[in-house]
Design a protein around this ligand. Structure first.
Ligand code: IMP
Length: 189
């Protein structure tokens, strides 16, 4: 069984290839170079849009993921807008600054990272969700990782995601949890 992972993020493709231990094709491998717009209002919708684009156009089994940070005191923001919260796509520093400012006087610091994977296999759609709970710190701590890692302290941990080794993070992360669920599902196929 060969499955396409609908992502242009080469780090993610490598991570997923390592974890799943089965043949995975990237968008580059199937020569899909077009931008797939993420116009959904939920992680599920966005993951489906990406997976369905590949399944419909390239006729290949496919999965896609969508992730983000959900902060309780900000009514779920930045949520599906995590990558472009401060305007410019992928500006992690500006995104974190915006969160820290909005959270300045909030006593409820609860947040979670969420990943939803949408898998379209033989025409059937399946969803897998991974979540990790934690709190938003008062300032940035650590320099590893990406995105909001320096301001996210997982419950039960003394280190933010950005202070952990990649190995430690990838054992407990939202992405790893969702991936593990899909892996279990695929084992039964
Ligand atoms: P994506 O859908 O996985 O590309 O994630 C969208 C955005 O959510 C990223 O650009 C980051 O801002 C944020 N994000 C998702 N996962 C993580 C993570 O593990 N650490 C920090 N930020 C993340």
């Amino acid at each position: 069984m060969t499955i396409v992972f609908a992502s242009n993020n080469l780090h993610k493709v490598e991570e997923v290839k390592n974890k799943l231990r089965m043949p995975i094709l990237s968008l580059k491998d199937i020569k899909c170079f077009e931008e797939i717009p993420e116009t959904g209002n939920t992680f599920e919708e966005n993951a489906f849009i990406k997976a369905n684009h590949v399944y419909t156009k390239y006729k290949k089994d496919c999965f896609a993921d969508d992730s983000g940070l959900v902060i309780e005191a900000l009514d779920g923001e930045p949520g599906v807008y995590s990558a472009r919260y401060a305007g410019e796509y992928g500006n992690g520093e500006a995104n974190m600054d915006k969160v820290l400012l909005k959270m300045k006087n909030k006593s409820n610091r609860k947040a979670k990272f969420v990943t939803v994977i949408c898998l379209i296999l033989k025409g059937e759609t399946h969803y897998f969700r991974g979540e990790i709970n934690g709190i938003i710190t008062g300032q940035k701590m650590g320099s590893k990782g990406f995105g909001y890692d320096p301001i996210f302290l997982p419950d039960g941990s003394k280190k933010t995601f950005a202070e952990m080794s990649l190995d430690d993070k990838s054992h407990i992360s939202h992405r790893a949890l969702a991936l593990r669920q899909m892996q279990l599902f695929l084992k039964g196929k």
